[in-house]
Design a protein around this ligand. Structure first.
Ligand SMILES: *[C@@H]1O[C@H](CO)[C@@H](O)[C@H](O)[C@H]1NC(C)=O
Ligand SMILES: *[C@@H]1O[C@H](CO)[C@@H](O)[C@H](O)[C@H]1NC(C)=O
Ligand SMILES: *[C@@H]1O[C@H](CO)[C@@H](O)[C@H](O)[C@H]1NC(C)=O
Length: 365
């Protein structure tokens, strides 16, 4: 009896051992087949090579798309992050023209040498603004000469016919070629996004006056403004994102016109006293009054830097936006911004360690 039991146990063990050996041989055969037929296993690249390849597989061809962006020293990380979001979301042949001050050139060059973004660094000489900005030390923007770089677009891009200007506090989620393909009406030098008919205007900066019409930016009591015959309730536009036809810009002397209004304001104080937005907006509103094309509202979803921005937009809407703009006080690299996790996705750490996004230790829900 016991002998027969032992035999049964031995038999079972033999069968199990046989099955294990058979299984292992089948696995080896499987590997063998895979190696013979590499076409059937397309993902078989070593892990450390995958990243490398995906970055270089993008073939960038076709006409150059010139993008102009500014990079002040204290927020170089903003420009680099915005650029990376453009680069990663498009196969277009984008050339970044980064306007910065002399003091930041080395820092910026070091940072960008870690990337494969095609770029030119342009040094801005603040002397170009002499006599054109008010010396009032209380106006903080006097100290931010780079905000005026957009006025000199054809000076920085002498060979371009069409170009895109972007503020540095943006993230692009769509293909930049779509924005570049915005068609401008004949005779128009630029296309902007208007403040009252876009999805972004809902619940606009409460308590900040009429920041969606001309009266919020210009002092309509001043003779120089009255004489222009503009309607005070005309919808304003945001000059933080625009597409320009530089042939038209040059023909219409847009730069000289903008400079003229800067000079006049320095003498006559023509801008609204409650101006909450950028000091570069009023001269642009005058020069492009009823004379500009429009960009798709989803290509300029803004006010993400305003108080309560987190409640204004649903996560679905923010996801669908092609371009997000954190205009307002709360920047996405700062502490209290909404949707900063989107910005973080595109951030490339500063190799010199000078720039750090400020983050809470724990996520707030
Ligand atoms: C620009 O900065 C470099 C050092 O970063 C300095 O050597 C050079 O003199 C500066 N040029 C001007 C015009 O300030
Ligand atoms: C720019 O404007 C010029 C002059 O009006 C026009 O001939 C040209 O087609 C425009 N270019 C683009 C890309 O819209
Ligand atoms: C632009 O400036 C040039 C030379 O300064 C002048 O000849 C031309 O009439 C101006 N054009 C416009 C539209 O003001």
């Amino acid at each position: 009896m016991t002998v027969r039991r032992v035999n049964v146990v031995i038999l079972v063990l033999l069968v199990v051992a046989f099955l294990i050996i058979l299984h292992r041989n089948l696995l080896n055969l499987n590997d063998f087949l895979k190696q013979e037929n590499p076409d059937t296993a397309p993902g078989m690249v070593l892990p450390f090579e995958t990243d490398f390849l995906s970055d270089h597989k993008v073939i960038r061809s076709g006409d150059e798309i010139p993008v102009l962006i500014t990079a002040p020293e204290e927020r170089l990380g903003a420009a680099v992050t915005a650029m990376n979001s453009i680069h990663r979301n498009s196969k277009a042949n984008v050339v970044f023209n980064i306007v910065t001050l002399n003091e930041s050139v080395v820092h910026l060059r070091t940072w960008l040498s870690k990337t494969d973004m095609k770029h030119k660094i342009i040094v801005f000489d603040p002397k170009i603004l002499a006599g054109k900005i008010s010396k009032d030390p209380q106006k903080a923007e006097t100290a931010k000469p780079l905000t005026f770089a957009r006025f000199f677009l054809p000076v920085f891009l002498p060979d371009a016919e069409k170009a895109i200007y972007l503020d540095d506090d943006v993230i692009i989620q769509g293909d930049i070629r779509e924005l570049f393909d915005t068609s401008l009406k004949l005779g128009h030098a630029a296309a902007f996004s208007e403040d009252c008919d876009s999805a972004s205007s809902k619940g606009i900066v409460k308590g900040a006056g009429n920041q969606n019409s001309y009266i919020g930016f210009l002092d309509f009591k001043k003779e120089a403004i009255k004489k222009l015959g503009m309607r005070a309730n005309t919808c304003s536009f945001n000059p933080g994102v625009f597409v320009a036809n530089l042939t038209e810009w040059k023909q219409q002397n847009i730069t000289s016109q903008l400079e003229l209004w800067m000079e006049r304001n320095a003498k006559e104080d023509l801008y609204s006293k409650t101006l909450a937005d950028s000091i570069t907006t009023p001269p642009m509103l005058i020069v492009f009054y009823k004379h500009h094309s429009n960009i798709d509202p989803m290509w300029h979803v803004r006010h993400l830097g305003a108080t309560g921005a987190g409640n204004r937009y649903s996560p679905q809407f923010v996801k669908a936006a092609k371009l997000l703009h954190w205009n307002g006080h709360y920047k996405p690299w700062g502490r209290a911004a909404s949707f900063s996790e989107i910005w973080d996705k595109w951030y490339i750490p500063d190799p010199t360690g000078k720039f750090h996004p400020i983050r809470r230790h724990t996520e707030e829900k």
